[in-house]
Design a protein around this ligand. Structure first.
Ligand SMILES: [Zn+2]
Length: 220
């Protein structure tokens, strides 16, 4: 899931107009940033199964980015970071920190919905969670598209952004949704897990940079 996390970030951004929406979107994608960095470092792994062309689902071993304790820990760390650095939020910085932590953890919840049972409840050898909605890809993509649309409809009307930036932000979010749909239906198998990690990380960084740039002015 990629665009769905962007939708969740926009939905949560509605609650804190003093912060750039791009910050919430990055928070909602943080667990994947950690995943791809750890894959490139050889700490976690992703493998491409022989039936990838049919399922479009790699196989993950990702206890330190997507385990339940890891998800909670990364959420807590991100929240603490905002709390420590968030003097501009004044008395509301505890709330801003809680919202950022919620954005980080929303990633884990959405991933549990779509992944096969592969998100560790504790460590690598513990029970794994995952409701496997990707087994029914059209439904999974419809749910993901709905999250994006709900996020856009929640964020845009109350945002202080100029109309032009709102339009570009919506266009980019919908383009990233189309990119996600293509990736989960048409894309060929990546040559390796490392190649997938590098391209995914680059995509997240570029998308968040663009969304954050467009979101300048959403933080009042
Ligand atoms: Zn993820």
């Amino acid at each position: 899931m990629f665009a769905g996390h962007i939708g969740a970030g926009m939905l949560i951004a509605r609650a804190e107009p003093r912060m750039n929406v791009g910050g919430f979107i990055f928070a909602a994608l943080l667990l994947d940033v950690v995943l791809w960095l750890l894959v490139l470092l050889g700490v976690e792994s992703v493998s491409i199964p022989a039936d990838f062309g049919h399922t479009h689902q790699p196989l993950f071993s990702f206890p330190y980015s997507h385990g339940l304790p890891a998800g909670l820990a990364w959420s807590g760390l991100a929240g603490c970071g905002v709390w420590l650095a968030g003097s501009r939020f004044g008395s509301a910085k505890r709330r801003a920190a809680a919202l950022v932590a919620a954005a980080v953890f929303s990633h884990w919840l959405l991933d549990v919905l779509v992944h096969a049972p592969e998100l560790p409840l504790l460590g690598s050898h513990s029970a794994k969670l995952g409701l496997g909605l990707w087994q029914n890809m059209p439904v999974a993509l419809a749910v993901e598209a709905s999250v994006v649309l709900v996020g856009l409809c929640a964020f845009l009307p109350g945002s202080a952004l100029p109309r032009g930036r709102k339009l570009w932000l919506a266009t980019l979010a919908l383009l990233l949704l189309a990119f996600t749909v293509a990736g989960m239906t048409l894309a060929p198998a990546p040559p390796s897990g490392a190649a997938m990690a590098a391209s995914s990380l680059l995509t997240i960084v570029v998308a968040c940079a663009l969304l954050g740039w467009l979101g300048q002015g959403s933080g009042r």
